[in-house]
Design a protein around this ligand. Sequence first.
Ligand SMILES: C[S@@+](CC[C@H](N)C(=O)[O-])C[C@H]1O[C@@H](n2cnc3c(N)ncnc32)[C@H](O)[C@@H]1O
Length: 279
Amino acid sequence: MLSYLHAFHAGNFADVQKHAALTLALSMMQAKPSAIACFDTHAGSAIYDLESERARKTAEADAGVQKLWAGRQGLASGDWQPVIQMLSRLNAGEGRLTVYPGSPVWISRFLRPGDSLTAFELHPNENGQLAGWAPEHGVRVLHEDGLKGLLRRLPPSQPRLLTLIDPSYEIKSEYLDVANTLHKAWQKCRHGVYLVWYPVLTSHLQTALKQAVKDSPLRKVWCSEVHLTTPPERGMTGSGMLVVNPPWGFDDRFSAMIEDIVGEQKLGLSHECSWLIPE
Ligand SMILES: C[S@@+](CC[C@H](N)C(=O)[O-])C[C@H]1O[C@@H](n2cnc3c(N)ncnc32)[C@H](O)[C@@H]1O
């Protein structure tokens, strides 16, 4: 039973962190000309209306991408420019954002001839919307379990791989399923770049994922966590990304991006990052 709908959360602080990491990783990988196979294991519905009833019910984007957008002139890191350009392209005018792109839209925007994107989405409605958007953008959409589907398609035919694993973690077992899939995917394609999103929860469920990755033979796993400076008493207090095989220098460039948005006056976040597993 899938009940999670990303429309309630699109553009929140976690999406800002996740999509910043995704665009930076992809643009750094594209410094080399060889083709990249991209996989988005939990793609969502592609385009989100920030004025929809669902988005306004939580108003999560107000504390996330709307703050990033309002403060865009003060972003010191040039690596925000592709993010800001994408948001400008989708939104007419200078006021509040009304349209927010999901992960397949961010990835597809950067695809070059020879690169590809395969997007998995299991929820029937979300998959239907994604499948309606995808053909014009050269994206292959599969109505399958993203973790199993990824493993079936590795190694890719292109020389390089970028994978985003971004589940809704509705089922507790997903934390270990993600760690096991990451390990198996790495065995099939060791040089691949894997980005894994996880929530930072008061229940600490995410520690099972991090510990399982630490106990695996994986190498070169970098971890970034943003924490709300005024967290709720229960639930999600932050957002984490594991990046396996980050491009050289990614850690410094991504930290500089996040430095631009931390602090009470900005997105109300603090940032911690380190190598979960060094080289
Ligand atoms: C956090 S949302 C994805 C957001 C999207 N990656 C983005 O950044 O815009 C998680 C999505 O995974 C879908 N989903 C849940 N279980 C899945 C599975 N086993 N395989 C593929 N998709 C799944 C949900 O329906 C939901 O749309």
